[in-house]
Structures are given as structure tokens and as C-alpha cells.
Design a protein around this ligand. Structure first.
Ligand SMILES: Nc1ncnc2c1ncn2[C@@H]1O[C@H](COP(=O)(O)OP(=O)(O)O)[C@@H](O)[C@H]1O
Ligand SMILES: [Mg+2]
Length: 228
């Protein structure tokens, strides 16, 4: 069976002035549909860069990446944007919620971008916020919510269009350990009930071990892999 995500010899060199940094040094990996993978490794090992190139947010210097059989590096900028909107949800370390919008309105945004009707948006929003235990919080603004609640809204926003792939970069880094566990449980449930493919970057091995498989990076290369 073809891998859901397939990377071959992916390299990324950042240049600033005369300084070159090889953030990725030939990463070859396969991720199966429905798999929950944790990318681990020390700070600076290339974890975020790998997530960003898989998410088509950053172009690698060389190598190939296919997702669902699509050679994503060959897509035009518009093609990448619509591929992301349809197929992927992103959760970052800082929730990046829009502070002037309520929880529900934040979850409307990605739906508006793909042209959902008002009725559909409200129904989807209520459904996902309820499933993440946020029904009572729908009409609050981000600043009225705890860090864990804000992160769950960011997850709801990432998932509301039902993307097949969830990409998360240190999604629990700014949370206390209880909220971090809750976020991980939410991921686990999505993975187990909806068969969502999840790629999560974390430097926390304890959390990483809740995934199906760990991939450790060091100096932009895969150092080891382990099925949990
Ligand atoms: N935009 C950038 N410009 C220059 N160097 C960068 C940039 N982004 C990341 N790097 C460098 O690439 C390396 C890998 O970074 P990153 O992928 O963020 O690592 P990690 O997420 O594992 O901490 C680091 O040395 C970092 O300083
Ligand atoms: Mg990082």
C-alpha cells in the first residue's frame, strides 16, 4: 500500500547572508493513513522544519514529498493553499486564535474560506466544540478562557473542515501538564475514532509515547524510529 505521506531525501538549507544552516539533511520517511506519529529530538534538530515542509508551508531545497499520491512540491501556490485548506489542519504552539472573535467565530474562519453556508458553519462548529467539551464556552473570547481551553479551540479550528491530516507543532508546549494530557487525549480519540492521521512535533518523550510511533531527529536526520 502506498504511504499516506512519503518523503524522500528531503533537504532544507536556510541561508541568511553568508551563513548556511542545513536544517534537514535528507529525511526519508513513510507515514501510513490513520497513523499517529510523534516527531521528537532536541531543539534545533529540524522538527518544525520537517512539519512545515510536509504542510507545504515551506519549500524544501531538494527531495520529494507526496501526500495521498500528490506530489505537493509541484503544486502552484494556489494549489498548495487549496490542498492545505481541504486536506490539512494545523495546530501550533501558540494558539494563534483571533482575539477579537469568539471561540465559535474562530472556528467559523476555515469554513468561510472554503465557502460553507451559515447553517453548515453553525452546525459543524457546535458539533466539534461539543465533542471537545467546549459547548459552554462557545461565545467566550479567547482571553476569557484558560490555556487548555484556548488550545482545544485551536484544535477545533484545525479539525472543523475534517481534514484527513492533522499537523501539530509542540501543541502542548505552553500548557500545564494536566491540560497537555487533555490535548493528547483529544488527539488520541480523533485518531482512534475518525482514523485521523496525526503528525505531532514534541520535545516531550512522555507525551510522544502516546503516539503509535516515534521518529527522532538529530541534526536534520532521522536518528531512530520506534513503534510504541
Ligand atoms: N527561517 C529560518 N532561517 C534560518 N535558520 C532557520 C530558520 N528556521 C529554522 N532555522 C534553523 O534550522 C535549524 C532547525 O530548526 P527547527 O526546524 O526550528 O528545529 P526544532 O523545531 O527541532 O527546534 C536550527 O538550526 C534553526 O536555527
Ligand atoms: Mg520547533
Amino acid at each position: 500500500m502506498q504511504a499516506f505521506i512519503r518523503t524522500r531525501n528531503v533537504r532544507k538549507t536556510y541561508r541568511s547572508g553568508t551563513v548556511e544552516v542545513n536544517a534537514l539533511n535528507g529525511v526519508t520517511a513513510d507515514i501510513k493513513k490513520g497513523e499517529f506519529v510523534a516527531i521528537m529530538g532536541p531543539s534545533g534538530s529540524g522538527k518544525s522544519t520537517l512539519l512545515h515542509v510536509i504542510g507545504t508551508l515551506d519549500q524544501p531545497t531538494s527531495g520529494t514529498i507526496t501526500i495521498k499520491g500528490v506530489d505537493v512540491l509541484k503544486l502552484s501556490d494556489d494549489g498548495k493553499t487549496s490542498f492545505r485548506l481541504k486536506e490539512m489542519g494545523f495546530v501550533f504552539q501558540f494558539y494563534s486564535l483571533l482575539p477579537e472573535l469568539t471561540a465559535a467565530e474562530n472556528v467559523f474562519v476555515p469554513q468561510m474560506l472554503i465557502g460553507k453556508s451559515g447553517g453548515e458553519m453553525t452546525a459543524n462548529c457546535t458539533e466539534i466544540l461539543t465533542s471537545l467539551g467546549l459547548r459552554e464556552r462557545m461565545h467566550n473570547y479567547p482571553l476569557q478562557l484558560s490555556g487548555g481551553e484556548q488550545q482545544r479551540i485551536a484544535i477545533a479550528r484545525a479539525l472543523v473542515n475534517k481534514p484527513e491530516l492533522l499537523l501539530a507543532d509542540e501543541p502542548t508546549a505552553s500548557l500545564d501538564s494536566k491540560s497537555a494530557q487533555n490535548v493528547l487525549h483529544a488527539f488520541k480519540e480523533l485518531n482512534e475514532t475518525l482514523g485521523q492521521t496525526i503528525v505531532m512535533v514534541t520535545h516531550d518523550e512522555h507525551l510522544g509515547r502516546m503516539a503509535d510511533r516515534g521518529i527522532w531527529l538529530r541534526d536534520g536526520m532521522i536518528e531512530k524510529e520506534k513503534t510504541f
